[in-house]
Unconditional design. Structure first.
Length: 509
């Protein structure tokens, strides 16, 4: 959330007072720079939350000349959080747009000084000036390129409701926007027993809504403006414990495998139970600490589930492609399956990466369920289930013990996959390599004599080195400070005791 200086000691930061200063209760500018540098060293990009629709009533420019910088009255009294910047105001005398220049310089300052990688535009709907936002985004992206920071500077807008007209690929100002319609339909489907599959398909494949690139939308199941899904399941629907956690995991799987980018609200990955609050709400890390009674086992399982799903999304190239197709649907059973894939461009021998996601929204656990239209026959492996192997024939898959409100993920073994084990590695082609335990055993047996031979050779040369170190090959005379002469050979160093002290001499060969 925003880190610019705001009134008071505690707050969300959405009423900024100084756009060039860091909230003093958080730390110093040097602290923030150090933190961002640490993120970058660990491969983490930093997108800063920016509030450019309004500011706090105590901001200096409101007192200096309110109507020069801000609209005289709120554009929409219902959605007003403070004085609103007037981006239509042009100063004929100085030939500048005052509010535009001020906000633009603030963002450029954080690019130059803090090396941020993107901006999230809060309340972009209320800014209601796409002409200004287009110019601003172009300028700050150019600034990032010129400074060598963030060659892929990402600008994402909060438009409520969302719409494809707001993204650059459709002529809008933003690289991407918060996919609020995804949030609404997903939450509704996870809580209800009879979801509307056609409406879900529209948000799972955002191309059906008019979006074109996977960077156009940011999918989420919760954010700071709403309770976490786990909280609402209990508070509003009386769904608790294992069933609630299973539904949250289902939501994550859908979120991670849908068209678009993924955003996770902190704490969901460990089963955080706190409700939304404007006050202090630190993460309860005890949820995943070791306990003697293991009473938090479900929280630890939740964290591992999140890690596994994120790993799949990061490393399998099917999710870097916009390709998505619904392959199976049963409205009566509330079963829906879709296919994500990334066909190879240069490698004609490689069949590409393929992932199938199958969701059971019904209140029924199916002992066996047949899924038709599997895109490829052959070996598939079930992700998150010890890589269980399935041999697909006639494009049919039979799932066993398909629990209510759960998902199953299947990864195709293409030419870049080896047989299975519980050990997964990633290659530079971003594929998963599954290594069969038998292959590992055979390789191990073959390596044993090679290792023994290498150790024998190393021991032989080591012993030879010890013998020759003190053997005189070619004598040299060294005249010491006390005119004592010693005869030595071509070793690289020698230690001689002189006057109860040791002197080490080094010689070039």
């Amino acid at each position: 959330m925003p880190v610019k200086e705001f009134p008071g000691q505690i707050g969300w930061g959405y009423t900024p007072r100084y756009h060039f200063a860091i909230q003093s209760t958080y730390g110093t500018s040097a602290d923030l720079k150090e933190m961002i540098d640490a993120f970058h060293k660990n491969g983490i990009r930093v997108i800063m939350d920016g509030v450019y629709n309004h500011c706090d009533i105590s901001a200096p420019y409101t007192a200096i000349d309110h109507d020069y910088w801000f609209h005289h009255a709120p554009k929409d009294p219902v959605w007003c959080w403070g004085p609103e910047w007037n981006y239509e105001k042009y100063d004929e005398k100085y030939k500048i747009w005052p509010a535009r220049k001020y906000i633009g310089e603030s963002i450029k300052y954080f690019i130059n000084e803090f090396h941020i990688d993107g901006i999230r535009f809060d309340a972009a709907t209320q800014i209601a000036n796409d002409e200004f936002l287009k110019i601003l985004v172009q300028e700050i992206k150019q600034q990032a390129r010129e400074r060598g920071f963030g060659t892929e500077f990402y600008c994402v807008g909060e438009y409520l409701p969302d719409g494809p007209e707001h993204v650059i690929s459709n002529g809008g100002p933003m690289d991407g926007i918060w996919h609020d319609s995804f949030f609404l339909k997903l939450r509704e489907s996870i809580a209800n027993e009879s979801p509307k599959l056609n409406e879900l398909k529209d948000v799972i494949d955002a191309r059906r809504q008019g979006y074109k690139n996977i960077t156009d939308v940011v999918n989420y199941q919760s954010n700071h403006d709403h309770n976490r899904l786990l909280v609402d399941l209990g508070k509003e629907h009386q769904i608790f414990d294992e069933e609630a956690f299973r539904r949250v995991r289902m939501a994550l799987t859908i979120q991670a495998t849908s068209f678009g980018l993924m955003m996770i609200w902190m704490g969901a990955e460990i089963g955080e139970y706190k409700e939304k609050t404007p006050g202090v709400a630190k993460i309860d890390w005890s949820l995943i600490e070791d306990r003697e009674d293991n009473s938090n086992a479900i929280n630890k399982e939740q964290l591992q589930f999140y890690k596994d799903v994120i790993q799949l999304q990061k490393l399998n190239s099917a999710f870097t492609s916009p390709n998505i197709e619904f392959i199976f649907e049963n409205e009566n059973d509330f079963i829906l399956a879709w296919h994500r894939w990334n066909p190879p461009i240069y490698d004609t021998h490689n069949q590409g990466d393929h992932v199938i996601i199958i969701c059971n929204w019904s209140p029924i656990t199916y002992e066996k369920y047949e899924i038709l239209n599997i895109p490829r026959n052959g070996k598939w492996y079930e992700w998150l289930n010890n890589d269980k192997e399935y041999i697909i024939e006639h494009n049919k898959l039979i799932i066993e013990d398909f629990k209510d409100h759960s998902t199953r993920i299947f990864v195709y073994q293409n030419s870049s996959f080896f047989p299975i084990s519980n050990t997964t590695l990633s290659t530079d082609r971003r594929h998963f390599i599954h290594i069969h335990s038998k292959i590992i055993s055979i390789i191990g047996i073959l390596l044993i004599p090679i290792v023994l031979i290498c150790l024998t050779i190393m021991y032989y040369f080591y012993k030879r080195h010890l013998k020759t170190k003190y053997h005189q090959e070619t004598e040299r005379n060294i005249i010491l400070d006390n005119e004592q002469t010693s005869s030595i050979d071509r070793y690289t160093s020698i230690e001689i005791n002189e006057n109860d002290s040791t002197v080490k001499y080094q010689f070039m060969q």
